[in-house]
Design a protein around this ligand. Structure first.
Ligand code: CTP
Length: 401
């Protein structure tokens, strides 16, 4: 997909990443777009309108009540002209203003007056990006159909990182063209949800996993172009678009469903909260109370993740770890013990993690660590998939290991 003939209205607001916008305008124009620029007052502290006029080839607008500019192309006309509105960088301030429908400067007025799709590329300090107000404002904008691009999680150099960096001009152009199919041609198997281990015909051992994180991962992988087989424990969730789903109940059923599909897979993401133990025997009839204590004997279930990680050639293996304490050491321990390439760990308990909308993830590789702050499971899944795409070695190389 190219941007040929696409009319893009670029709104630049006051963040340091504004210095990248001349490059962004050039890239958009190289991709075939016609670009007109509107700057907020804050943006002018970082870059001059003259620079953006030179690269866009059009006069840059900065004020709403500018009689001369209105005599040329009025703001309503400009709002109608646009096929696409892109705000980059988008500061916490403009995100808040858009969320509340302000119309006291040119850019916010244009956003209200346009019927074009709106894309915003946030840029801010990672703690600000994680602030509840910003998270909630972004959620409001997304619920209204706006698209939030990034922000980036850094250049993936090893060491702790957080999200907040504006996506690079090339990445923004790529996203406007349509989601980059970074995993096109690759196959993934994903497990999700809890398992139910039957005790008798009416009872089972289970856990509180809702399956939402696993379904979000499957969806994000499919969005990135991968072919996805989702092996789901008992959950009440709709199958994400483009994903093939197989329903199972027990850990053993989950293992056989995974084994049947893993042969040609390039990657495996184990998000399921697999029961570690199952009752040693299944009572044929409902167990009656006897007035005496009852002991259930449990036997260990197979470890699906570790089983997949032992395969040769080995797919790229990502595990999840739900921990109530010592998150990092537990996650690193699992990374090694299970032979995974990445472990995404989250804290559970005290209303965190399971059966909630939002989550946080700490992603560990043998020599790397990413902190993905509090955000929707969907956003977390997309960021995790970006990390997976980056960390997966070319297939040929993997198969030689
Ligand atoms: N997992 C699995 N099969 C199992 C148990 C776990 O595939 N029988 C996977 C999960 O899908 C997850 C990862 O292993 O990706 C971590 O699961 P977790 O239950 O947290 O780890 P355990 O090895 O069970 O360790 P513990 O319960 O002792 O913390």
């Amino acid at each position: 997909m190219t941007l040929n003939g696409r009319r893009i209205l670029l709104g630049v607001t006051g963040g340091i990443a504004a210095y990248k916008t001349p490059e962004l305008v050039r890239r958009l124009r190289e991709a075939g777009a016609d670009v007109r620029v509107v700057m907020s007052a804050g943006a002018e502290a970082f870059i001059t309108p003259l620079t953006l006029q030179a690269v866009s080839g059009h006069r840059v607008r900065t004020h709403l009540l500018d009689a001369e500019a209105e005599a040329g192309m009025g703001h309503i006309e400009l709002a109608r002209w646009a096929d696409q509105v892109l705000i980059a960088p988008a500061t916490a301030q403009v995100i808040a203003r858009l969320a509340h429908g302000f119309a006291d400067d040119l850019l916010s007025t244009l956003v209200l007056a346009t019927e074009a799709g709106v894309w915003i590329a946030p840029a801010m300090n990672r703690v600000m990006w994680d602030a509840r107000a910003v998270r909630e404002n972004c959620r409001v904008l997304e619920a209204r159909g706006m698209h939030v691009l990034g922000p980036g999680v850094g250049d993936q150099a090893c060491g702790e990182q957080g999200a907040g960096r504006m996506l690079e001009p090339d990445e923004i152009v790529g996203q406007l063209r349509g989601r980059e199919p970074v995993l096109a041609g690759l196959r993934f198997v994903v497990t999700a949800g809890p398992t139910h281990e039957p005790i008798d015909p009416v009872r089972f051992l289970g856990n509180r996993s809702s399956g939402r994180m696993g379904f979000a991962v499957a969806e994000a992988l499919a969005e990135a172009g991968a072919r996805v087989d989702l092996v789901a424990g008992p959950v009440r969730l709709a199958t994400p678009p483009g994903v093939e789903r197989f329903d199972v109940a027990t850990a053993e059923e989950m293992l056989s469903a995974v084994s049947a599909r893993i042969d040609h897979a390039d990657g495996f993401v184990g998000v399921a909260a697999v029961a570690d133990y199952r009752p040693a025997s299944l009572a044929g009839d409902k167990i009656k109370k006897s007035g005496q204590p009852l002991t259930l004997q449990l036997v260990e279930n197979p470890d699906i993740l570790a089983t997949v990680a032992r395969r040769r050639p080995k797919p790229f293996v990502v595990g999840f770890a739900a921990e109530t304490r010592d998150l990092e050491s537990a996650a690193r321990g699992k990374l090694k013990a299970k032979g995974a390439d990445l472990i995404a760990a989250n804290r559970v308990g005290q209303n965190r993690g399971f059966d909630t909308e939002d989550n946080t993830l700490e992603v560990f590789g043998a020599d790397c660590h990413w902190s993905l702050g509090n955000r929707s499971k969907r956003d977390l899944a997309r960021e995790l998939v970006a990390i997976i795409a980056e960390r997966m070695q070319p297939k040929e190389h993997r198969n030689q290991q």
